[in-house]
Design a protein around this ligand. Structure first.
Ligand SMILES: [Zn+2]
Length: 395
């Protein structure tokens, strides 16, 4: 039981009073019913596979493999971060990738697999051997995931935010929990390769790109920044007609900044944190950072680790309001469970704990149900489009 209490203490941030109170209540109940088989099952005890479920991975050759979560993570973080980065940064990446994988397992886009091996989800490369540091990062965070109010969320990550994070809802359609809706400054990623970048595109090229995507352009046009967020990230651009006469400078098109990134290429327009100007060669984007800016900033995690921060500090910074907990205990602090337990306490009646939810590894039908909900939005990939190219060569 003591061990259980310690695991609950792993949560590093922002348990509301209600949750703290409920955990205390839960602990009391667990202590009281320490011999209760149902409660033991609810706590994940005696079910080691819960902390290391199978993940179905769609490989680039379309083959689908099913491997244990922790083994899958080795193949992911070996592609996401160099093994010679500080251990605490590797551990932060391991938790983010584990959380993202488990979210996808709960909300698969395809009934046949949970994650793809490309930037559509997380880049994955199965190897026979991995650097010892990566194995250590996985082992020291084994089974740990991030949650918000007991629910796993899409722990997006990116290469470098350029000094300002981004809200998920500014990048993709849908509703996101507070840990993904944080907009904050980040002074830790200044060493990133694409901290500063410039992309110049001729008017003719940009015009062709836009027209190919069915954007209407007047004969004479100009592009400008229509809207920024508080930290300077461009939300929307405007295309205006520059024709002489009454319609001069009339805005004819509003263009989402992230849509523009997708159209011109993520490796060209590295981020939405940019200024716009013009020179003899065309339209000049001068920006900072690389990637969508949501969630964990990989280069920022490296910078924080080098300053002595541990992986919990790092995750708390990039996913504020989230909780770190063992995967096999995730179910017990869901709000619904907490409310049930509070009712039990107030009525002082015999406890009838809810049975554990079924393992996601088994029921295809369960995943089908969640998939329908997921597919209503055009969900992103994890937005790791530029990460690999930005990182130093891996050893
Ligand atoms: Zn950053």
């Amino acid at each position: 039981m003591v061990k259980t209490m310690n695991k609950l203490d792993m949560s590093f941030s922002n348990y509301g009073n209600k949750v703290v109170k409920s955990i205390s209540l839960l602990t009391s109940i667990v202590l009281f019913f320490s011999g209760c088989g149902s409660m033991r099952q609810m706590m994940g005890m005696g079910k080691p596979e819960k902390s290391n479920p199978m993940i179905r991975v769609s490989l680039e050759n379309k083959k689908i493999i099913s491997i244990p979560l922790e083994k899958y993570l080795l193949g992911v973080i070996s592609k996401e971060v160099p093994a010679d980065w500080p251990l605490e940064a590797l551990k932060a990446q391991a938790v983010a990738s584990r959380t993202y994988a488990m979210y996808r397992k709960e909300h698969p886009r395809d009934s046949k697999f949970d994650v793809s091996s490309t930037t559509a989800d997380q880049v994955f490369d199965k190897k026979h051997q991995y650097p010892a540091a990566l194995i250590q990062a996985i082992q020291e965070t084994k089974g740990e995931i991030l949650t918000y109010q007991g629910n796993i969320f899409e722990a997006f990550f990116h290469s470098a935010c350029g000094g300002a994070s981004e809200k998920a809802s500014h990048v993709w359609a849908g509703d996101y929990p507070p840990p993904l809706e944080s907009s904050h400054e980040d002074p830790f990623c200044s060493a990133a390769p694409h901290r500063d970048w410039t992309y110049t595109v001729s008017e003719e090229t940009l015009e062709n790109i836009l027209k190919d995507k069915n954007y209407f352009l007047p004969k004479d046009w100009n592009i400008g920044i229509d809207q920024r967020d508080d930290l300077g990230r461009v939300q929307a651009l405007s295309i205006e007609s520059t024709a002489e006469g009454k319609k001069k400078n009339k805005t004819v098109q509003i263009l989402n900044a992230n849509t523009l990134r997708e159209m011109v290429g993520y490796s060209n327009l590295h981020s939405t944190l940019f200024e716009l100007s013009e020179d003899d060669n065309g339209i000049v984007f001068t920006g900072k950072g690389s990637g969508h800016g949501v969630g964990l900033c990989q280069w920022g995690a490296k910078g924080q680790a080098e300053e002595g921060k541990n992986y919990r500090d790092i995750l708390n910074f990039y996913y504020p309001g989230s909780d770190l907990m063992p995967l096999d205990q995730k179910l017990i602090i869901k709000e619904t469970d907490i409310e049930k337990l509070e009712k039990i306490e107030s009525s002082n009646t015999a406890i009838q704990p809810e049975p554990s939810q079924p393992e996601n590894t088994q029921p295809e039908n369960l995943q089908e149900n969640t998939k329908k909900e997921e597919m209503k939005t055009s969900k992103p990939h994890n937005g790791v489009e530029a990460i690999i190219s930005n990182l130093p060569d891996q050893k």
